[in-house]
Ligand binder design. Structure first.
Ligand code: ADP
Ligand code: 5GP
Length: 240
């Protein structure tokens, strides 16, 4: 597929998956090809893994700092995941729209639920591993967790995947190139839908403005012609 040329305008894409499925790999790949996308950098109390950059992968903070941020209401949502805390900083959709940016949130299913309650229409995408065996294999090959930790992640994965049915889209991350094409297609389609809605909204506003001008300038004339009914504030052409 050709790269996605059109830019975004304040959409929120949420990607969830069991740890080790390939969210980070997939999101990084898609962001290289799609303009107008920004990754929302979460705050976490877990220590950085080898290769992770402060401010790029996460903001790594102590539990005390995280708690202060919770108290000050600095998070759009936060949750405890696999024994650590993770929080999404607040989002200003108007600023994003003005900049022509859409936001990608890599958050767990609890966080997705909270964002869905707070924001107007986030797009929810769930990423599945081809099988549980593949997931375990990826966690082992990633080589970041102890065998006990991998067992813990696998137990959580089975619970987590039940939530997939609440998402708008499901992508199976079998071959990474195919999964990336599917994610790009979703982003492009959702941008098209959003653009249609904003065009319709602009038209509606314009129609209302025109309607107001008729009202002010020609109301008396229109009323005399029997086209305006003052008793129920209605023009002949208004549909009920
Ligand atoms: P997550 O962010 O979901 O925890 P990662 O992006 O860290 O997962 O990926 C976990 C491991 O799986 C990494 O070693 C990554 O290189 C590998 N991986 C990701 N996608 C695929 C894929 N489609 N096929 C095989 N391995 C993959
Ligand atoms: P990891 O430690 O493997 O990077 O992430 C563990 C889990 O925490 C993943 O499921 C990831 O999506 C989730 N996560 C990362 N950031 C946030 C966040 O800000 N909020 C919530 N609720 N979950 C997050």
């Amino acid at each position: 597929m050709a790269s996605v040329q059109s830019k975004g305008k304040g959409l929120i894409f949420i990607i969830s998956a069991p740890s080790g499925t390939g969210k980070t790999t997939l999101v990084k790949r898609v962001m290289e090809d799609v303009p107008g996308l920004r990754f929302s950098v979460s705050y976490t109390t877990r220590p950085p893994r080898a290769g992770e950059q402060e401010g790029e992968d996460y903001h790594f903070v102590s539990p005390a700092v995280f708690q202060e941020m919770v108290k000050r209401g600095e998070f759009l949502e936060w949750a405890e995941v696999l024994g650590s805390r993770y929080g999404t900083p607040r989002v200003d959709l108007k600023v994003l729209a003005a900049e022509g940016i859409d936001l990608i949130l890599d958050i767990d299913t609890q966080g997705a639920k909270k964002v869905r309650e707070k924001m107007e229409s986030p797009v929810l995408i769930y990423l599945l591993p081809p099988s549980l065996e593949d997931l375990e294999d990826r966690l082992v090959k990633r080589d970041l967790d102890s065998p006990d930790r991998i067992k813990f992640r696998m137990a959580n994965a089975q619970k987590d995947m039940k939530e997939a049915r609440r998402y708008h889209y499901v992508i199976v991350n079998d071959r990474i190139e195919e999964a990336a094409e599917k994610l790009k297609a979703i982003i492009l389609a959702e941008r098209g839908r959003n653009r249609k809605q904003s065009i319709l909204e602009k038209r509606r506003k314009k129609r209302n403005r025109n309607h107001g001008m008729v009202h002010r300038k020609n109301l008396r004339k229109i009323q005399l012609l029997g086209l305006y009914h003052p008793h129920d504030d209605r023009f002949l052409w208004d549909r009920r």
